[in-house]
Design a protein around this ligand. Structure first.
Ligand SMILES: Cc1cc2nc3c(=O)[nH]c(=O)nc-3n(C[C@H](O)[C@H](O)[C@H](O)COP(=O)(O)O)c2cc1C
Length: 169
């Protein structure tokens, strides 16, 4: 039995996922896009992956050997998600939110729920997407913010539901 791509997309739309802004470059020359296709690979060494469409304008920057930062968005940041998923140029996208850096120099969103500052380990091309593996070099955990999830082609806010507020690298 074969599954056509539209059926696959319709089914994947029902697999809810956190919304993130994935960045590379530097604070002076930043690049980023919105991605929900982000997941953990292993905690030893701490590794995650991001799937990026090969048509993305951001693709060359990620292939240039720079850093990688996954900024997990909060319930109140749909505008940031929209900015990084739309037609704005890179400069305009980064006028949304406040940006800093940590270890690698990749742009880090100060108001993120959490940020994973990574070095790109490898990029594997699979079908329409580039699968970017990041080795996590530092982490910033934000305040008690609710999460933002994309499910059934719509945003949904999640309550924070916990007491933790901490920062660390
Ligand atoms: C909620 C949401 C999740 C998205 N997830 C991904 C993703 O995981 N990978 C991807 O390549 N594009 C994803 N996109 C689409 C990209 O954000 C969008 O195509 C891209 O930013 C377009 O601009 P660019 O060509 O400059 O990258 C997502 C968009 C939205 C709104």
């Amino acid at each position: 039995m074969t599954v056509d791509s539209q059926t696959y997309r319709d089914a994947m739309a029902r697999l809810g996922a956190a919304v993130n802004v994935v960045t590379t470059g530097t604070r002076d020359d930043p690049v980023g896009f919105t991605a929900s296709a982000v997941c953990s690979v292993t905690d030893a060494p701490p590794t995650l992956l991001v799937c990026m469409n090969r048509d993305s304008r951001a693709r060359p920057a990620f292939h240039a050997g720079g850093p990688l930062c996954i900024n997990v968005l909060s319930a109140g940041q749909r505008d940031i998600s929209g900015a990084f998923a739309g037609k704005l140029d890179m400069y305009e996208r980064f006028t949304f939110g406040h940006w800093t850096t940590m270890t690698t120099g990749a742009p880090v969103l100060e108001e993120a729920v959490t940020s994973f500052d990574c070095r790109i380990d490898r990029i594997v091309e699979v079908g329409t997407h580039s699968v970017i593996f990041g080795l996590v070099e530092s982490i910033r955990i934000g305040g008690a913010l609710g999460g933002l999830v994309y499910f059934n082609r719509a945003y949904h806010a999640l309550p924070h539901g916990g007491e933790d507020t901490q920062e660390g690298t």
